[in-house]
Design a protein around this ligand. Sequence first.
Ligand SMILES: [Zn+2]
Length: 427
Amino acid sequence: MNPIDNTIKFVLSITDENVNFFAYKSQSIKNKQSKIYIANVKVNCVRCPQCGFNHLNHNGHYIARTSYPSANASEPVYLELHKERLVCKDCGASIMASTSLVDKYCNISQATRQKIFMHLQDDRTQASIALDNCVSPSTICRYLDNYDDLFRRNYDYLPEHLAMDEVRGVGGQLHFICINGASNHEIQQILPDRYKKSIIEYFNKFHINTRKRVQTVTLDLNSYYKDIVKEMFPNAEIVVDRFHIIAMMTRAFNQTRVQTMKKYDKKSIEYRLLKFSWKLYLKHIDELEVSQTFYDRHLRQQLTQQGRVQMGLDTDDTISSTYDALQGIMSCLKNHDKDGIVHYLYKNENLSFQMKETLKTFKSNLKIVLNASESKYSNGPIEGINRMIKQIQRTAFGFRNFHHLISRIKLQQMRTKPNTKTELEAA
Ligand SMILES: [Zn+2]
């Protein structure tokens, strides 16, 4: 055994028996002082693979330089592989040695490739990954292009609980996103657009029996998704996202508040009551502090949070009843109280125009709104994924290529993937 070979293999964690290191040197490559380890690669067959005879003659070496991961990116590591070539005396076929360290016709080692994929799972730019691995940024792009293949969908399976939404991506366009709504929150699909035609086309690739497996679909009150779900998933129950209901009502309340506020003079106490500390109105009524006082610098007095909210509501009847509707439905959703929701939906005395309109939307979708109070599924996870996608785009300063974006999303979700065990337990 050659001691150089042993040491280099130990340092580089290489175990391939056909590779034998015999020298090393330092050389400047692309203006960087690089370490080069030189090895012979033997052919490990004794017979010609074409004709089967063993009359093989040595026919020189093919020298290839391969990049290899290094601990220090300012000092790249290369392997100079002298691949043995043989020629068959009988049929003239030539054979070249190959190794598992690097693919045929490739200059980047498998180890570097794996390291790049590990880095692509992190929240970092492709340029920095390229720099760290001593490859060009276009190499990284090429890997992402090829990576897409690994995600060819399995059209035999759909989770029982789906959640659908849209996400802003390439060029500010909205993409349709669909995830597993139950515990593991895996992204099922992101489509390049959100047109009805493409969504139906995608789900039509699944057999009807697979689609029948879907039990619930969570979505926001976007009407055309509702039609798609009815058409595609005959057994599924539509659930409107709880957060979406609260968000719509909050928006209506805020509009009412601003409108009421504008009726008053800017210097009046009513104006200040409605303009400032507006977040207190949106807080759940049970969470407001009732005993501890705080100093309100807009009103220049000590008061409790509950007292502050009450003072604001006392300014106007409309805002007070709108507040009651908002708080009422919020607690009913929390306590899974269906009858309570119906009660608040139809008790529209003194409500502001905006709140009436919002409740009208809920009433026309009554069944699916009521489902929201019962179901434990919401679009919360999809909002989290949206946040992650936003972060990926921010780090990359935006994407121009949809497939690169999707590959990065899927790679990053791999790193943050929760254990699939919980889903099996749930199933
Ligand atoms: Zn031969």
